[in-house]
Write a protein that binds this ligand. Structure first.
Ligand SMILES: [Zn+2]
Length: 82
Protein backbone atom coordinates (compact mmCIF):
# COMPACT_ATOMS: atom_id res chain seq x y z
CA UNK A 1 0.00 0.00 0.00
CA UNK A 2 1.44 3.36 -0.91
CA UNK A 3 1.20 6.56 1.08
CA UNK A 4 -1.65 7.86 -1.02
CA UNK A 5 -3.81 4.75 -0.47
CA UNK A 6 -3.10 5.01 3.24
CA UNK A 7 -4.17 8.65 3.21
CA UNK A 8 -7.40 7.84 1.34
CA UNK A 9 -8.27 4.95 3.68
CA UNK A 10 -7.51 7.04 6.74
CA UNK A 11 -9.80 9.74 5.39
CA UNK A 12 -12.65 7.25 5.04
CA UNK A 13 -11.94 5.72 8.45
CA UNK A 14 -12.45 9.17 9.96
CA UNK A 15 -15.47 9.93 7.83
CA UNK A 16 -17.03 6.63 8.93
CA UNK A 17 -16.34 7.50 12.57
CA UNK A 18 -14.05 4.50 13.05
CA UNK A 19 -11.16 6.84 13.86
CA UNK A 20 -12.17 9.77 16.04
CA UNK A 21 -10.53 12.68 17.79
CA UNK A 22 -10.28 12.19 21.55
CA UNK A 23 -13.46 13.67 23.08
CA UNK A 24 -11.53 15.07 26.04
CA UNK A 25 -8.45 16.81 24.63
CA UNK A 26 -9.74 17.04 21.05
CA UNK A 27 -6.17 16.64 19.86
CA UNK A 28 -5.17 13.01 19.58
CA UNK A 29 -6.77 10.51 17.29
CA UNK A 30 -7.97 7.15 18.50
CA UNK A 31 -9.97 4.15 17.38
CA UNK A 32 -13.69 4.34 18.12
CA UNK A 33 -15.15 1.37 19.99
CA UNK A 34 -17.95 1.25 17.44
CA UNK A 35 -18.41 -1.91 15.34
CA UNK A 36 -20.99 -0.17 13.12
CA UNK A 37 -18.46 2.56 12.26
CA UNK A 38 -15.90 -0.12 11.43
CA UNK A 39 -18.38 -1.79 9.07
CA UNK A 40 -19.07 1.59 7.45
CA UNK A 41 -15.32 2.09 7.03
CA UNK A 42 -15.01 -1.30 5.29
CA UNK A 43 -17.91 -0.37 3.01
CA UNK A 44 -16.25 2.93 2.16
CA UNK A 45 -12.99 1.12 1.42
CA UNK A 46 -14.88 -1.17 -0.96
CA UNK A 47 -16.57 1.76 -2.70
CA UNK A 48 -13.30 3.63 -3.01
CA UNK A 49 -11.69 0.53 -4.47
CA UNK A 50 -14.52 0.23 -7.03
CA UNK A 51 -13.82 3.81 -8.11
CA UNK A 52 -10.14 2.93 -8.49
CA UNK A 53 -9.15 5.23 -5.64
CA UNK A 54 -7.19 2.52 -3.83
CA UNK A 55 -4.30 0.95 -5.68
CA UNK A 56 -4.95 -2.67 -4.75
CA UNK A 57 -5.62 -5.67 -6.98
CA UNK A 58 -8.70 -6.83 -5.15
CA UNK A 59 -11.53 -5.58 -3.02
CA UNK A 60 -10.43 -7.96 -0.25
CA UNK A 61 -7.01 -6.37 -0.24
CA UNK A 62 -8.58 -2.91 0.07
CA UNK A 63 -10.54 -4.11 3.12
CA UNK A 64 -7.37 -5.72 4.55
CA UNK A 65 -5.59 -2.39 4.17
CA UNK A 66 -8.45 -0.63 5.94
CA UNK A 67 -8.00 -3.10 8.79
CA UNK A 68 -4.33 -2.14 8.96
CA UNK A 69 -5.19 1.56 9.05
CA UNK A 70 -7.63 0.97 11.91
CA UNK A 71 -5.16 -1.26 13.75
CA UNK A 72 -2.56 1.47 13.45
CA UNK A 73 -4.78 3.95 15.28
CA UNK A 74 -4.37 4.00 19.03
CA UNK A 75 -6.96 2.18 21.15
CA UNK A 76 -7.16 5.09 23.58
CA UNK A 77 -5.86 8.62 23.77
CA UNK A 78 -2.21 8.40 24.98
CA UNK A 79 -2.70 11.58 27.04
CA UNK A 80 -6.20 11.28 28.54
CA UNK A 81 -6.33 7.47 28.52
CA UNK A 82 -10.03 7.50 27.71
ZN1 LIG B 1 -7.09 13.05 24.76
Amino acid sequence: MNRYSWFVLEHYAKKAGAIIVCPRCRTNEMRAADPAAVQTAYGMATNAWERGAIGTDSREEAVRFMKRVLKDAKLRCPVCLV
